[in-house]
Design a protein around this ligand. Structure first.
Ligand SMILES: Cc1cc2nc3c(=O)[nH]c(=O)nc-3n(C[C@H](O)[C@H](O)[C@H](O)COP(=O)(O)OP(=O)(O)OC[C@H]3O[C@@H](n4cnc5c(N)ncnc54)[C@H](O)[C@@H]3O)c2cc1C
Length: 392
């Protein structure tokens, strides 16, 4: 298998770099590289700029607004975006909901929602998890009862990422208690401004308001907002989860962060010497870097085999390793910063108080604890691998 980049691939990479040099606003780049949070308007603004150039959703079919790039070109684009410090697009709509709509929604729903997802006209949040229904998602209890041409929804979702910004939620609800638990679930698109919805912040370990509880109290949702068949939502929900896992490996991001970690270590002095002359610390950096190289080769092999189109246990491998690497890098950064990271402040993630981002390091470290939990915890991914690859 030949994983060498061709001259055409390198030309594509140059063009991607040039695009980002010309279009990525310096203040957004600075915020990303110093681990600050973007405002709602900043995130939407960047996505709209990308949309003007047809670059929001490289993986979508061309008929819906995709680029027609090969899997390797999409990999290169993602890598260049990460290297440049470009903000991510609004993933809940672009990467998670859109594939479900393309496969299972009515033509009218596709026509309405897909262009709005591209242009960030809607901010989508994900209403899957509930208290008591995380890994065991099929035990979800939020009820939707038919009343004429509406469903009346009652219940609670939890851990809903950025629901405070969202005007739309894709939501799993129970429409039947007959048969097994999986067969009574439906997939609804809910307007978050509907009366009866309450969003309550959950403040996380890093002091951030990133997740929420969402309560539904007699919320009326038009039946036309259901995707696919009633009681068939579990099929659509699982399809979506496969797409969630593939995106979390963050290889380009980790490559950028390893390079920055080495530079950072060169600037820090421990016992009178630069930290990058400490063999114990640098051996740990090298260990993580080797893991990352192995992960990249695995990901590129999947690209070369065209397997990225087929969502299976490979996604679980990428998710486990990619998230463990991201966490290991954040830990090394914290150690490298030493006392500079001690007076950590969550505000450091909202302001540009320091240029090397040291003040935001601890908040970032705490924030990254989430990545081995969401998108299906890493323990659950190991179960998937045991079953689908090892046949246990
Ligand atoms: C920051 C953050 C953001 C999130 N955003 C969203 C969101 O936007 N929308 C949404 O719907 N959900 C979201 N989630 C929820 C996330 O999907 C769940 O937290 C996750 O699925 C785990 O569920 P749980 O928290 O209920 O833990 P549990 O399922 O109770 O698991 C607890 C522990 O037991 C382990 N465990 C459970 N079952 C097994 C098993 N069968 N075998 C081995 N180990 C097992 C788990 O790995 C975990 O370590 C988010 C979570 C976090 C932390």
């Amino acid at each position: 298998m030949d994983l060498d980049y061709t001259a055409a691939d390198e030309a594509f990479r140059d063009e991607a770099r040039q695009f980002l040099r010309e279009h990525l606003p310096a203040h957004l780049q600075h915020k990303i590289l110093t681990r600050q949070r973007l405002t709602r308007d900043e995130a939407i603004g960047w996505q709209r700029l990308l949309n003007q150039h047809g670059r929001v959703a490289p993986g979508w079919p061309v008929q819906y607004g995709g680029t027609g790039w090969s899997p390797l070109q999409r990999h290169i684009w993602a890598e260049e975006c990460a290297q440049a410090g470009a903000p991510p697009v609004l993933g809940f709509g672009v990467n998670l909901l859109a594939p479900v709509l393309m496969h299972f929604a009515s033509e009218e729903q596709k026509r309405h929602y897909l262009p709005r997802i591209l242009n960030a006209d809607d901010w989508w949040c994900q209403g899957y998890s509930e208290p008591g229904a995380g890994s065991d998602l099929a035990s979800l209890k939020t009820r939707a009862v038919r009343d004429g041409d509406h469903y009346v929804v009652n219940g609670q979702k939890t851990w809903t990422t950025l629901a405070q910004h969202a005007n739309m939620m894709f939501c799993l609800v129970r429409t039947s208690t007959e048969g097994n638990r999986q067969s009574g679930i439906s997939f609804l698109l809910i307007d978050m401004t509907t009366p009866g919805i309450t969003v309550r912040p959950i403040i996380t370990l890093d002091g951030a308001h990133e997740v929420n509880d969402v309560f539904f109290d007699d919320v009326r949702v038009p039946v036309t907002n259901r995707v696919g068949e009633e009681n068939q939502g579990w099929t659509y929900a699982k399809f979506l989860l496969g797409h969630e896992r593939t995106g979390i490996a963050a290889i380009g991001h980790s490559k950028r962060e390893i390079a920055r970690l080495k530079r950072f270590a060169g600037e820090r002095r421990v016992n009178g010497k630069p930290l990058d002359e400490d063999p114990v610390f640098m051996r740990r950096v090298a260990d993580v870097e080797m893991e990352l190289m192995a992960l990249e080769i695995t990901a590129l092999s999947l690209v070369a085999e065209g397997a990225s189109q087929k969502i299976g246990a490979e996604a679980s491998i990428l998710k486990i390793t990619g998230t463990e690497i991201s966490q290991a890098i954040s830990e090394l950064f914290l150690e490298a910063a030493g006392p500079a990271a001690l007076p950590w402040r969550t505000e450091a993630s909202d302001t540009s108080a320091d240029d090397d981002g040291a003040a935001a390091l601890a908040a970032h470290y705490f924030n990254l604890r989430k990545i081995t939990i969401f998108g299906g915890s890493n323990e659950i991914q190991k179960n998937v691998i045991a079953k689908m690859i090892l046949g246990l």
